[in-house]
Write a protein that binds this ligand. Structure first.
Ligand code: CP
Ligand code: NVA
Length: 306
């Protein structure tokens, strides 16, 4: 397996199958206490332009548990908010930090940062992708079903950043992906094509407007908010369009009897998921949230490795 030492993770498509499998196995070992890597003196910067609970805290705790330090660099406390160019910020932070996780709007901003910084740059969510989330999601699915290839994940709702990274990550490991979205809210066709190329003949990518078709035979139901960060002003107009994509008891009953329910969180109960389902026996959302920490610890230890 190629080393992840010094590597960026801007998209899930930056990983090969062997690298992703290794990260998931490493994360499982870390969670089980079978491995205790140590990176004293190393500093992680969190350069965030958007709110975050899980990503910020799980990255921070993971880095502390590796013996390193964390600098929380929300854009409001840096010159980023006053318009300092990304290329300048990147070349300066490159001289101080050992690794940086960036949460922003445009994928092109983290790409530009990575072009100017030699340190590993990790995508902590952009409008296009959320790769760290999907590392934790795949770990959670693997814990449940003991294997990944051949399983079917159905994603209901907005064809957003989480849907894009799920398409790429699930396709890479050989899972079928069914996406059900209202017309006009489908995932990016370029990402769908990339996922189809990754999956090849191992399975099927289905893009549909029909939620019942999507959940048929699915072992994993997944949803996310109907209006992502930056789209809050469109939330009210989306609610009626997305109503039939809600993950509720009726839809869950149409999936495989062993189906589990995932949500990256934060959740809007009564919108994309019901209180009954997120708090019910099929929900794995708290394990999924915990796994953010284990997966990102594996990622940090891998990119910081000498
Ligand atoms: N799922 C996720 O990324 O949560 P936060 O926005 O709280 O980091
Ligand atoms: N799609 C959501 C994910 C939040 C973790 C957003 O971008 O706001």
């Amino acid at each position: 397996m190629a080393s992840l030492s010094g590597r960026d993770l801007l998209s899930l498509s930056d990983l090969t199958l062997a690298e992703l499998d290794h990260l998931l196995a490493f994360a499982a070992d870390l969670k089980a206490g079978k491995s205790r890597p140590s990176f004293p003196q190393k500093v992680l910067g969190l350069l965030f332009r958007k709110a975050s609970t899980r990503t910020r805290v799980s990255f921070s705790v993971a880095m502390y548990q590796l013996g390193g330090q964390v600098l929380d660099l929300h854009s409001g406390v840096t010159q980023v908010s006053r318009g300092e160019p990304t290329s300048d910020t990147a070349r300066v932070l490159d001289r101080y930090l050992d690794v940086v996780a960036i949460r922003t709007f445009e994928q092109s901003e983290i790409q530009e940062f990575a072009d100017y910084a030699a340190i590993p740059v990790i995508n902590a969510l952009t409008d296009l992708e959320h790769p760290c989330q999907i590392l934790a999601d795949l770990l959670t699915i693997q814990e449940e079903f003991k294997h990944l290839p051949g399983l079917t994940l159905a994603y209901l709702g907005d064809g957003n950043n989480v849907a894009h990274s799920l398409l790429l990550g699930c396709a890479l490991v050989g899972m079928n992906v069914h996406i059900a979205s209202p017309a006009g809210y489908e995932p990016d066709p370029g990402i769908v094509d990339q996922a189809r190329a990754l999956l090849g003949s191992r399975g099927k990518i289905l893009i549909t407007q029909d939620p019942e078709t999507a959940v048929n035979q699915a072992q994993v139901l997944y949803t996310d908010v109907w209006a992502s960060m930056g789209q809050e002003s469109m939330a009210d107009q989306r609610i009626p369009l997305f109503q039939s994509y809600q993950v509720n008891r009726e839809l869950l009953q149409k999936a495989s009897p062993e189906a589990i329910v995932l949500h990256c969180l934060p959740a809007h109960r009564g919108e994309e998921i019901t209180h009954e389902v997120i708090e019910g026996p099929a929900s794995r959302v708290w394990d999924q949230a915990e796994n953010r920490m284990h997966a990102q610890k594996a990622l940090l230890a891998s990119v910081l490795a000498p």
